[in-house]
Structure formats: structure tokens, C-alpha cells
Design a binder for this molecule. Sequence first.
Ligand code: FAD
Length: 330
Amino acid sequence: MKITDKLHSYHELSGKPTFSFEYFVPKTEQGVQNLYDRMDRMYEASLPQFVDITWNAGGGSNSTNRGITQQSTDLVATAQSVLGLETCMHLTCTNMPVQQIDNALESAFQSGCQNLLALRGDPPRGPLGGGDGDEWQPVEGGFRHASDLVRYIRAKYGDHFNIGVAGYPEGHPEEKNPENNLLYLREKVDAGADFIITQMFYDAGRFVEWCRQVRQAGVEVPIIPGIMPITTFAAFLRRASWGSVHIPQRFLDVLTPIKDDDELVREMGTALVVQMCQTVLDSGYVNHLHIYTMNLEKAPLMILERLRLLPTDAELVGTGASLLPWRKSL
Ligand code: FAD
């Protein structure tokens, strides 16, 4: 089912905010198997509206690209058609000749996946890949901007896919002119995108102000905030730096004195993220949270538990699942 239809009908029925989980493709076979188990457990404990699978996040060299993209499409196919999860496949233009894009789209189509996040992608060995963020270059005959990819998918598959695009509440790091951020976001939506998933952020005020500007610019599609849990102090700083996002002083005041105690950082970091999520939900601009799990279970579920968004055991009756093991571990 398409994500926007799913969210619309759920919110009509319950009025309750919903959530989804992002996972990345592990590097080893064993990692992939562990991820399937984790996705299954997290689904049973929380009933997310959908899950999404990143596309070779961080870019990759041409020689390894084919194998890595195959892993993404395999994972999407298994999540969608074996685990039965509503799945959204990320797809980027980095190192992707049109033929490979066609193969990936065909694989998503064949597996029953109806949701895509169309992205330009990071440069190979770019910030997410731990490198120095080289300038992004299109492949010969390939696409330059995410809007080109959105247009291509629409032309080739009509309305079959629900297409999401990336939004940047604090601007895209490469964009020198801040006014262009809204202009290019609008271009992606005009090209046929159905929803926006945002870059992570920690400053709820900046996020809400950006949503106001997005709406003022005439962009009406659902905005889905990307939420990054806080697990350790080092990861918190590193991810904020990757995303080039502002860290409010309050976060540093709370977390710096306890930075060497991972468990306490996760506890206090969760409280800060929960407060941030509540502010964005209260703003009225959003009613769905997209959690970057980083393939971890505990921190995402702690956030949802504290926001009271996890289903009750009574609500899980009939799904065969139970929250009790989770409640004990939180
Ligand atoms: P675009 O919208 O094409 O923008 C890229 C740059 O080009 C921006 O600076 C923009 O201002 C500029 N631009 C856009 N349109 C035009 C135009 N018409 N003329 C001139 N300049 C223009 N990366 C991965 O590799 N794999 C993933 O799975 C992945 N998942 C992501 C999920 C989310 C929710 C987000 C927010 C990001 C994700 N990324 C992923 C990172 C993303 O690929 C990078 O941020 C990338 O640098 C930009 O991608 P984009 O789709 O926003 O590109």
C-alpha cells in the first residue's frame, strides 16, 4: 500500500500520531540475517506504518556498486514480500547508470514494494561514508538532481509508486544560497513527489519554522520528520556533524557532564529527543515520526514508549505479538 494512503486512513481512524523505522544494509550475511530478526521483533512490538531501507548510504566505488545495490533490492524484497512489512526503498543517482536504476525499479516493482525515496545520493566516500565529502558527479548519461529521478520514475511507472524526497530543515550543506533550498524542494514535489522525509535535527524551533516556510511556499505534501535517537555522546556529535545540524545548548548542557556514561547518555538523550518530538507533533505540521534506527532496537522503542505511541498489549491482541518483553527491558 502507498505510504500516504496508509497514513491518511490511519489518522482518519485513530487521530493518533504514527511512526516508521529506517534501516541500513549490513555489510555481512550474518548482519543481514540479524537485521531480519530485528525488523521482525520491532514490528511485532510496535506495529510501525512502514520501514525503509537506505541505498548504499555514503556512496561507494563503481567496482562494488553492483553488489551493494543488489543487497538493497534483496533486503527490500524480503522485507516486503517475506516479512510482510510495508517497505520504502531508497534509490540514489550516485554511480547509477540508467540501466541500473531501471533494474532497481523493476526489482522493487516485482517484489510488491510501492514506495520509493528518490535521492541524488551522497558522493562516493562522502560524509556518511566517513570520507572528506568530494564533489558529487553524475555518471555519464545519468541523473544530476533528485528531481530528475522523480520525473523519470513518474514517466516510467505512472502512479504505481508513492515517491518521497529529502527535505533539509537547516538547508543542504552544499547549497550556498539558502533561498534555493525551498525552491529545489518545490521542484522535487512539482516533479511528482508525494511526501517529504527530512534530514535529522535537534532544534525543534528551527524545524517548525521551516515547516511554516514550506507551507508558505505552496508545498502541501506530508512532511515526515527524521528523528535520530541519541545512543552515545560520540555518536550524537558525529551524526549532528554529518547532517550539519545545529545542536541546541540545552542538549550540550545535559549531555556533556555525563558523556562517559553511555547508559545515562541514552536515558537523558531520549528525554531530550522525546521533548523535541512532542514539540514538533504539537506544532500541527506533522503527525508521523520517522526514526533513524541505525539498526538498533532499544533507543527507538524507548522514544516511542515515552511518547506513548507504542500499541498497548490489548491493541496487539490478534497480531500474536506482545509488548511485555519490551516493557521489561525499557
Ligand atoms: P537534491 O535534491 O538533488 O539536492 C542536492 C544538491 O543539489 C543540493 O545542494 C540542492 O540544493 C542542489 N539542487 C537540487 N536541485 C537543483 C537544481 N535544479 N539546480 C541546481 N542545484 C540543485 N544518501 C544515500 O546515499 N543513500 C540513502 O539511502 C540516503 N537516504 C537519505 C534519507 C533522507 C531522509 C535524507 C534527508 C537524506 C538521505 N541521503 C541518502 C543523503 C542524500 O543523498 C544527500 O543529502 C545528498 O547530498 C542530497 O540528496 P537529495 O536527494 O536531497 O538531492
